[in-house]
Design a binder for this molecule. Structure first.
Ligand SMILES: [Zn+2]
Length: 134
């Protein structure tokens, strides 16, 4: 095969593998202190009129409706990686936790929320919580 053909075959193979690797995100629910939270996935979260034209929202938590919306891409048509979507789920669940308790002030501390989300993601990947189950 010529180099061009090889490169083309490689490109197609990696595109197919990339597609296979992509997770199919499904809506789910969880219970937090008796409240049912619904998590749903959308192709993108539209920009609000007052937001910067390049602003990208990855996820939103609505404490009143007890819903979490997770974007799978941007309003510009970019697709987010599975890793980015996963981190966003952790991040938004931390928002739900802080909003449920009496930690609403901390709920606006985005670096804190992101840090706790990243910690949880790392611990879950290691199955650490298996040891903590009753
Ligand atoms: Zn946030």
């Amino acid at each position: 095969m010529s180099n061009t053909l090889c490169n083309f075959a490689e490109m197609i193979t990696s595109k197919v593998m990339e597609k296979k690797k992509r997770k199919e995100w499904k809506d789910f629910k969880f219970n937090l202190f008796g409240t049912t939270w619904r998590v749903h996935f959308v192709d993108f979260i539209p920009r609000e009129p007052d937001e910067h034209p390049k602003y990208v929202c990855y996820g939103k938590t609505n404490d009143t409706l007890e819903t979490i919306t997770i974007a799978k891409g941007s309003p510009d048509g970019d697709k987010f990686s599975d890793e980015k979507i996963s981190f966003t789920i952790y991040h938004e669940i931390v928002h739900a936790c802080l909003g449920t308790g009496c930690y609403n002030e901390s709920n606006n501390d985005e670096p804190l929320v992101e840090f706790i989300g990243r910690c949880l993601s790392s611990l879950v990947k290691q199955d650490v919580f298996e040891y903590a189950k009753e």
